[in-house]
Design a protein around this ligand. Structure first.
Ligand code: F6P
Length: 337
């Protein structure tokens, strides 16, 4: 009996041992994803593990687009924007059938553990794979900063700096012409990019999806008051999803008589060489993902909370909520006088 229990234990340990780690990027790309991939690859290799890269996120996994990755395959990538593995959004991975197929493919390719770099939707896929026996770790990768379990997401720092620099340029011409400028930033349903740019660019008005009420009459009055106060421009940072930026500009011009121009920054915010912070934090998170797996921890998401790198159970991470800082929003209004 004791011998049998011993054998069972040994078998469980062997089954539990990770030999091959897979890595994929999923959802919108974000600067710093390459630094995270590189860290996963090199940390895993340093621990004697094999690494497989999956192209085009879960979509590529379902199509078996799987390649071996060596230390040299990730050379010269830490400074590059985008993701060398490519990425995709995959509806099939939301279905039970898709998830089962994905788990079976991982098993077929000997992928015992998978590091998923993406947002909440990607983590839901990772959780499903965990339930089906593939050990997963999620790394927060999105320019939107909209993942509740973390104060930092890979790519936000680069994107917000890119947007800030672009808005500075719009401001120069806006001041010269004494215009009102409405600049649309990304962020999907979250206003973090808008709020940070609003403060960093000294905007007169920040419009965020989290804002409960939007009153265009009040905005028009404020633009006119602003002119009376001697200001030479009026910068509005508009988070995508809050009204139609182009039409809003037309309406504001008509109502105020002040020339108003709209700029939609668009996908340029997602590109470019990652900042130092994105490179360092993404590298730390990538290495940490492999360290967790080697400690026998999986079904976890790595985050950065209150100045520390931490990890949470995926379900716990997915059920967390975070709110945009009311305090910072209030500060932005005071600083705009
Ligand atoms: O999630 C990142 C993001 O850039 C959002 O800010 C934006 O709403 C969305 O992706 C755009 O998606 P796509 O690249 O598919 O147009």
């Amino acid at each position: 009996m004791a011998e049998q229990t011993g054998k069972k234990q040994v078998l469980e340990e062997i089954e539990d041992t990770i030999r091959t780690v897979g890595v994929l990027t999923s959802g919108g790309d974000a600067p710093g994803m390459n630094a995270a991939i590189r860290a996963v690859v090199r940390t895993a290799l340093s621990k004697g593990l094999k690494v497989r890269g999956i192209r085009r996120g879960y979509h590529g996994l379902l199509k078996e687009e799987i390649i071996d990755l060596s230390a040299r395959d990730v050379s010269d990538t830490i400074q590059r924007g985008g993701t060398i593995l490519q990425t995709a959004r995959c509806q099939t991975m939301r279905t039970e059938e898709g998830q089962q197929k994905a788990a079976a493919i991982c098993k077929k390719y000997g992928i015992d553990a998978l590091v998923v770099i993406g947002g909440d939707g990607s983590f839901a896929g990772a959780k499903a794979l965990s339930n089906l026996g593939v050990k997963t770790i999620g790394l927060p990768g999105t320019i939107d900063l909209d993942i509740a379990c973390t104060d930092y997401t890979i790519g936000f720092d680069t994107a917000v700096n890119t947007a800030m620099e672009a808005i500075d340029k719009v401001r120069d011409t806006s001041t010269s012409h004494e215009r009102c400028s409405i600049i649309e930033v990304m962020g999907r349903d979250a206003g973090y990019l808008a709020l940070w740019c609003g403060i960093a660019n000294g905007a007169e008005r920040i419009m965020m999806p989290e804002e409960k009420s939007y009153n265009e009459e009040e905005l028009v009055k404020d633009i006119l008051d602003n002119k009376k106060r001697g200001k030479k421009n009026y910068i509005i940072i508009n988070a995508e999803g809050v009204g139609d930026t182009m039409n809003m500009a037309k309406r504001i011009e008509e109502a105020t008589g002040i020339e108003t121009r709209a700029t939609i920054l668009g996908h340029m915010q997602r590109g470019g060489s990652p900042t130092c912070k994105d490179r360092v934090y993404a590298s730390t998170m990538g290495a940490m993902a492999v360290e967790l797996l080697c400690q026998g921890k999986y079904n976890r998401v790595v985050g950065y909370k209150d100045g520390k790198f931490v990890d949470y159970d995926i379900q716990e991470a997915l059920s967390m909520k975070k709110e945009i800082s009311e305090h910072q929003y209030e500060i932005s209004k005071i600083l705009a006088i």
